[in-house]
Design a protein around this ligand. Structure first.
Ligand SMILES: *[C@@H]1O[C@H](CO)[C@@H](O)[C@H](O)[C@H]1NC(C)=O
Ligand SMILES: *[C@@H]1O[C@H](CO)[C@@H](O)[C@H](O)[C@H]1NC(C)=O
Length: 316
């Protein structure tokens, strides 16, 4: 090692140790505070948002039309769980760079009041999350709102927006795995744009946006369900959100209780000094692992973000 490299190495190590110490200290102080989990009503659970990198100029006609579209979506008397709108409306010839296309889609079985309230919430969130973006997409658990500068109505789009799996299921629980397989399968073989499935403690939902035909919906869901099965088929739940459809399932009841309980941050009063060093060591090892994972994750994210620009969403 040359002296310069060795010096740099020492500086980096010192810096890293300092950051580590600071984080551990912060962690220890904050863990004495009482964590009150924020109650979330199921209808208003936020899942994901995507905004186009391209921005319109403030004060443009596009902005005026977008604002009209969003407030009109939010105030629509919800007669059906799906609505599409174009602004300017009323037979005005669509003009590129000025016309805004949008929709909302509520979960198929949602009552009107809950649908309205979910859509209002999603409209407010997409406005805050995607300032001046040409395209915005916001998914709540029970509804979705999106807008773009070109018409996407009836256009198939299977761009992956988000997927995630719950904790792994015990391998010994063959019965539950069978029920999961059944439920995922039933979502794929159902017909219609909104589908539910259930078997014992396993529940599943799948839905397409209302602008797709039955055949397009089947095509989209085949993708989503295929991913759900291969990625999360051994997990206690999971979801796959594509641009025009999603599929998800969860396992409730006894199986959820078999998962190890989360460590109770806030309430731990019985810390013993004799295992203090072991604890700190565990925290350090955990933290280093976390940093490595973070770097890997950020690299992955960077690549995903670059890929995203090549995808169909907001570019047809
Ligand atoms: C809504 O979507 C349909 C096709 O699904 C399209 O023909 C219609 O023009 C759209 N309406 C508005 C207001 O954009
Ligand atoms: C939508 O906006 C993007 C970004 O500015 C632009 O490249 C695209 O041509 C626009 N599409 C239409 C139909 O105006």
């Amino acid at each position: 090692m040359s002296p310069i490299t060795s010096n740099m190495f020492k500086t980096t190590t010192t810096l890293l140790c300092f950051v580590l110490a600071a984080v551990i200290l912060m962690d220890l102080t904050s863990s004495t505070a009482t964590d009150t989990p924020t109650p979330s009503t199921a209808t208003e659970t936020y899942i994901l948002a995507k905004c186009s990198p391209a921005k319109f100029s403030p004060g443009s006609a596009y902005e005026t039309n977008l604002n009209s579209l969003l407030s009109s979506l939010a105030s629509s008397t919800v007669q059906s769980p799906y609505k599409n709108l174009t602004f300017p409306s009323g037979g005005v010839k669509p003009e590129p760079a000025v016309t805004v296309y949008g929709l909302f889609q509520c979960r198929g079985d949602l009552d009107q009041t809950s649908c309205s309230s979910c859509v209002s919430r999603a409209v407010a969130l997409v406005g805050n999350t995607c300032p001046n973006a040409y395209c915005g997409f916001l998914q709540m658990e029970n509804c979705q709102v999106r807008y773009e500068n070109s018409s996407f109505s009836g256009v198939q789009d299977k761009t992956l927006m988000l997927n995630r799996c719950g904790q792994a299921m015990g391998f010994n629980d063959q019965d539950a795995l069978t029920r999961i397989g059944d439920v995922i399968g039933s979502l794929g073989s159902g017909d219609g744009l909104y589908r539910t499935g259930g078997n014992g403690d396993v529940k599943g939902v799948a839905q397409c946006t209302g602008d797709l035909s039955t055949a397009q919906c089947q095509d989209c869901l085949t993708d989503a369900i295929g991913r759900l099965r291969s990625d999360c088929g051994m997990a206690q739940g999971g979801y796959v959100y594509l641009s025009k459809c999603y599929a998800r399932f969860s396992v409730a009841g006894s199986h959820a209780r078999q998962t190890p309980p989360y460590p109770n941050f806030g309430g731990e009063k019985d810390d013993k000094d004799d295992d203090g060093i072991g604890k700190i060591l565990a925290i350090i090892i955990g933290f280093i692992t976390f940093i490595i994972l973070l770097v890997v994750f950020l690299t992955f994210l960077g690549r995903r973000c670059r890929n995203l620009q090549d995808e169909k969403w907001c570019s047809h």
